[in-house]
Design a protein around this ligand. Structure first.
Ligand SMILES: C[S@@+](CC[C@H](N)C(=O)[O-])C[C@H]1O[C@@H](n2cnc3c(N)ncnc32)[C@H](O)[C@@H]1O
Length: 679
């Protein structure tokens, strides 16, 4: 890692691409480059001036005013101040660094999404050099974004956590600075200034003549065809996106006569695809989650990396000692936020964070901040039995072990053996001694084991919350993925619920999480589980920014979405967005199991329904199968020789009864179905 590397930048307003970037794109496209002169931040310019000399017709009306980046200057000042924040003597100031942790700062952020202002300032990411290789290499097989895994099940395995290889990947992302109280104050001042400016621009746009011209004229077909063949003018696109969002935000005043909202939206989606590189399918899906303005902030946030965060491993050290040790090595850091007692955000480091003596000694793990959330929500207690259903590479497993102070038992399961190597590596390095690793397809639970006090299902997902980490998601997720993934997630969630002991004295909880923001993978999955398992209810996740739990952290889950109605309790689930909290996009839901799973609910019919559109799987128990060597025919009873029903009846009944109870099922509720299920 190069000296003085800046590693984190506060997620403020959407950051524009640099002029140099546009110039490069223009050169590539064989268009004349017209680098703008240095300008006053407040100066306004017309869209026509931007395309002067390109010979291209601007689809943005000449009179439309595009304000220069009033946000960027104060932001840069903040950044440079923030990067100096940790003191040279190594005593990191303990300040919150994730914005938006309280309502007031949310509003500030909202104000910061100043579309017009976001247009012309310089981004500086490119100035930050990439991390060099550290000793760990990346052959552990535990790369977090291994959507190319050999195993089919490993296709969607997004994790926001860091294992060894992923650590490097995150560190290459350049961010600077975090939040400080001083910055908060500046932010508030700036938000007020922006609000005033917005009001001023809103006033201006009330003038009839100021309606931006965004949609192509009907008689402009030839022009459209020619433009489609040219490389897109990025600056023009951006201007049109921001202008379009302004129109959609005040449609009655700003839309051109005779034009519909859907025409503007269709143009916006097209432009978003061209500008950010999304497939139209995904762009629309993500766009629909937000207001146009917030969608823009979301797409922008996906263009910048989230801050590098490490989690203190309290099995080996404490946060104060760790920050001291790292500060002595020249690492500039700060606490992550009031909601975490173990997170540290790294601003700058002269040493490879994946190879410090502290790292090797297991004092910390590189782990995305949002990845802490499901563990905090699960809240495992000492001496409990906990199942981590999809555990590799183990960021959450090892956090659970630390929360349980290495007591009780954690079954860390993951069917992907390559990823399990990373899981086992992390378990050893971090000194988690209460963990057993298994490799089941978790849909099989509770068959192999059940009766857990708590279950964490950090489900395989599409990764739409971590696009900043893996931009390939922008184009490689298809409609099929958003059908198959939720299907698997539903099956896994039912298995998670059935694996919990409802009468656990200390627990009886299930936490479901994904690093995706789509409704199909989150609210719809939870809604399905509520419908199929009346013996569970949603409860508060317990994620708040203060000890008293007064200020909730995260946006409420949807209770309705695009015509679909969900249970009102879905608002207890939490959504986390990169543009709002500067963390990876994430979703967390917490269930309490309030009664045994009715045998009917987990009957073969239920399973068959869930499996209906699954690929065919041979579910014949291996021990029951014997193949005739000569004919190849399968013989009933198999090599084991079958059971002597009469003799074993009593033992089998007893075993079945105990097995049902261990799985959290009521053997009395429906003996026949229960019997069938136990088989
Ligand atoms: C989001 S990652 C888990 C990250 C992990 N919880 C952590 O914190 O490090 C999802 C995991 O689900 C696993 N997976 C995929 N299909 C599965 C299945 N049917 N049963 C259990 N795990 C599965 C993948 O191998 C992948 O490791």
């Amino acid at each position: 890692m190069g000296a003085g590397r800046r590693m984190a930048r506060k997620q403020g307003p959407p950051e524009p691409l640099s002029e140099e970037h546009f110039a490069r794109l223009k050169r590539k496209a064989g268009l004349p480059v017209d680098l703008p002169q240095p300008q006053d931040n407040k100066r306004r310019r017309t869209a026509k001036a931007d395309v002067k000399g390109t010979g291209k017709k601007s689809s943005v009306k000449q009179k439309s005013q595009v304000k220069a980046a009033t946000v960027s200057k104060p932001l840069k000042e903040k950044e440079s101040k923030a990067s100096k924040a940790p003191k040279a003597n190594g005593k990191a100031k303990t300040k919150d660094v994730i914005p938006g942790l309280d309502d007031s700062s949310d509003e500030e952020l909202d104000d910061e999404f100043d579309l017009e202002n976001a247009e012309l300032s310089d981004g500086d990411d490119s100035s930050v050099p990439a991390l060099g290789d550290d000793f760990l290499g990346s052959d552990s097989g535990s790369s977090v974004f291994d959507s190319d895994d050999d195993e089919g099940d490993g296709k969607h395995v997004f994790s926001e956590d860091e294992d060894e290889s992923d650590a490097e990947e995150t560190l290459t992302a350049a961010n600077i600075a975090g939040l400080s109280r001083k910055l908060d104050r500046q932010l508030a001042e700036e938000a007020a200034a922006n609000a005033a400016e917005l009001a001023e621009s809103a006033l201006k746009t009330n003038i009839d003549d100021d309606k931006p011209h965004i949609l192509d004229d009907d008689d402009d077909e030839s022009g459209q065809k020619t433009n489609a063949l040219l490389a897109p003018d990025m600056q023009l696109l951006r201007t049109r996106i921001t202008e379009n969002i302004r129109v959609l935000g005040d449609f009655s005043n700003l839309a051109e006569e005779g034009r519909s909202r859907s025409e503007y939206t269709a143009q916006l989606i097209k432009d978003i695809c061209a500008y950010y590189g999304y497939s139209e399918y995904l762009a629309l899906k993500l766009y629909n989650l937000f207001t146009p303005r917030e969608a823009f902030a979301f797409f922008e946030a996906n263009e910048t990396a989230r801050p590098v965060v490490i989690r203190t491993n309290t099995l080996r050290t404490n946060r104060r000692d760790l920050s001291q040790a790292l500060t002595n090595r020249g690492v500039k850091l700060d606490v992550v936020g009031k909601w975490s007692k173990v997170g540290l955000q790294i601003y700058e480091s002269n040493v490879p964070l994946g190879a410090t003596p502290e790292y090797l000694a297991g004092h910390y793990i590189l782990q995305a901040a949002s990845s802490f959330l499901p563990c905090i929500a699960l809240d495992p207690q000492e001496n409990e039995r906990v199942l981590d259903m999809a555990a590799a590479p183990g960021g959450k497993t090892t956090y659970l072990a630390a929360l349980m102070k290495n007591t009780g038992v954690i079954v860390a399961n993951d069917p992907n053996k390559a990823r399990s190597k990373g899981l086992i590596g992390n378990i050893h390095r971090l000194g988690a001694r209460n963990v057993i690793v298994s490799n089941y397809d978790a849909r099989e639970f509770p068959k192999p084991m059940g009766g857990f006090d708590r279950v964490l299902l950090d489900a395989p997902c599409s990764g739409t919350g971590v696009i900043a980490k893996d931009p390939s998601v922008k184009t490689n997720k298809t409609e099929m993925d958003f059908m198959q993934l939720p299907h698997t997630q539903k099956q896994l969630l039912l298995a998670a619920i059935d694996s919990v002991n409802h009468s656990s004295k200390s627990g009886g909880y299930v936490v479901y999480s994904t690093c995706s923001v789509t409704v199909e993978e989150n609210e719809q999955v939870v809604q399905y589980a509520l419908a199929r398992r009346p013996n569970v209810k949603l409860v508060e996740t317990g994620l708040s920014v203060d000890k008293e739990g007064l200020h909730k952290f995260g946006v409420e889950g949807f209770t309705s979405f695009m015509g679909k109605k969900f249970d009102a309790s879905l608002k207890l689930t939490r959504r986390y967005y990169p543009h709002k909290y500067n963390v990876d996009g994430f979703y967390v839901a917490k269930f309490k199991k309030i009664g045994p799973t009715p045998a009917k609910a987990s009957s073969s019919a239920d399973k068959a329904a869930a499996m209906a559109d699954d690929e065919p799987v041979d579910r014949t128990p291996i021990s029951d199968v014997e193949v005739d060597d000569d004919s190849g025919a399968v013989k009933a009873g198999g090599a084991f020789g079958g059971w002597d029903e009469e003799e074993d009846k009593e033992y089998m009944e007893k075993g079945r009864w105990n097995a049902m109870r261990r799985r959290g099922l009521d053997p009395r509720s429906n003996k026949k179905a229960a019997k069938k299920q136990a088989e």
